[in-house]
Design a protein around this ligand. Structure first.
Ligand SMILES: *Cc1c(COP(=O)(O)O)cnc(C)c1O
Length: 420
């Protein structure tokens, strides 16, 4: 926590920050010819300046090589997905053969549940949080329906306490309580609304104890908090690349499948890109699917190279910055933000910000505004601050360590004064 955070503090911290130069690698939207204060990296990360070049390289290879680009491009498209693996595995704490980049996030969650939600008469329930992301709930609904169950019966939603927070013990108790009926625990690693980070290690351990499979949606976790999926013994996970990973709207998603699970060669929906690379192009009408080892064996289609090029541009920046440095700065930035929000409360008789995000957090603070919240949000917008608004009364601020500075936080405090 900060005892004081003023212009001097901000300038000093930016000077000492070894990541400060990374800010210049990104394109910021403008408001009245000035850079916006961008605190929305939890929703859509900024565009790296290099993204265009990475995409252009592929466009040029396509122009000059056409179909031969599959094998002759600088990064042969035939195995383009592989150049994303190592860096992605580092971000989530996995072995290389446990990770693959493919499809969109919701599609991937469906594919994973086709393999890892295999209900039996007795064990068919899924546990999730009641304020899960809407798309995740729709996936769960269709998956239980696919197996002949009703949403109401098969999907157990852990109720949230005040302000959308769920106590860890509550989750562990629920797992214990459902026990032998529990087929799957599927929770967001970081809740998108509250910014709460869940204890994935403990949840996984408890889930395994009762014989359940455990998976996580890491859309708000990847690139935001430290992850050790392999060591935590998580069965599977998926994430998107366009929030903290800055890879562009709707871009490709990542998948983790623990090697203990892929080794069992479970049922999956099959496609040619998941099949043995040595005879992928052999046409034999009796041919049986033989999965590539590891997570790659879940691929359906050949790699969407243009989007993946944008993803590669961003992963290269993460590698240069170093995730340990990022998470360290993130902790400090969010404390600075917390400081100015509390300071605002101390100076305001009227509007109060109630930070609902608990101490288990990444770089997002969700703030409930007691009244005229929408007005505060609009005032911020009119002054070039980009944050997002969640009905009915929550503003989410996410200062991200790659491109937000301490001065951004200080400048936000000046604009907040206009709301008084
Ligand atoms: C952003 C987000 C999604 C989005 O899914 P898409 O398939 O990429 O549109 C899904 N789940 C969670 C938890 C998210 O935060």
């Amino acid at each position: 926590m900060f005892e004081k955070f003023n212009l001097d503090t901000a300038e000093r911290l930016d000077k000492e920050d070894k990541l400060s130069k990374f800010r210049d690698l990104f394109l910021f939207p403008e408001h009245k010819n000035k850079r916006c204060l961008y605190f929305c990296g939890n929703s859509l990360g900024l565009q790296p300046k290099t993204t265009k070049d990475y995409i252009n390289d592929e466009l040029n290879d396509w122009a000059s090589l056409a179909v031969n680009g599959h094998f002759q491009a600088n990064n042969p498209w035939y195995e383009y997905h592989k150049i994303l693996t190592k860096q992605s595995a580092e971000l989530v704490g996995a072995n290389d053969n446990e990770v693959v980049i493919m499809n969109g996030l919701t599609t991937n969650i469906h594919l994973l549940l086709m393999s890892f939600y295999r209900p039996t008469k007795k064990r068919y329930k899924i546990l999730c949080e009641s304020n899960a992301f809407p798309s995740d709930l729709y996936v769960l609904q269709s998956q239980v329906e696919l197996h002949g169950y009703s949403f109401e019966d098969a999907v157990v939603q852990i109720p949230t306490g005040p302000n959308g927070i769920i106590k860890k013990q509550e989750i562990l108790n629920k797992i214990e309580q459902i026990g032998e009926e529990l087929a799957l625990v599927f929770i967001g690693g970081v809740n998108y609304y509250s910014g709460q980070v869940f204890d994935m290690y403990e949840i996984t351990k408890k889930g395994k104890e009762v014989g359940s499979i455990v998976g996580f949606d890491l859309a708000h976790a990847v690139g935001n908090i430290s992850l050790s999926l392999h060591d935590w013994n998580v069965d599977f996970a998926a994430w998107c690349s366009y929030k903290y990973l800055n890879s562009g709207p709707g871009n490709v998603s990542g998948v983790f499948i623990h090697e203990n699970q892929s080794k069992k060669n479970p049922f999956r929906l099959k496609g040619w890109w998941g099949h043995d690379e040595n005879n992928r192009f052999v046409y034999d009408k009796n041919k049986k699917f033989k999965a590539v080892n590891g997570a790659e064996g879940w691929q359906l289609s050949n790699a969407p190279v243009i989007g993946m090029a944008a993803h590669k541009a961003s992963l290269d920046i993460f590698s240069q910055a170093g995730i340990t440095n990022l998470f360290e700065k993130s902790k400090n930035l969010v404390c600075a933000l917390e400081y100015i929000l509390i300071n605002f409360n101390n100076n305001s008789n009227d509007i109060k910000f109630n930070i609902i995000t608990p101490k288990e957090r990444g770089c997002q603070l969700s703030v409930l505004v007691n009244h005229s919240g929408k007005k505060v949000y609009e005032t911020l917008n009119e002054n070039g601050v980009i944050v997002d608004w969640r009905e009915p009364d929550v503003i989410r601020f996410a200062p991200v360590p790659l491109y937000n500075s301490y001065l951004d936080i200080y400048n936000l405090s000046l604009i907040l004064k206009k709301c008084l």
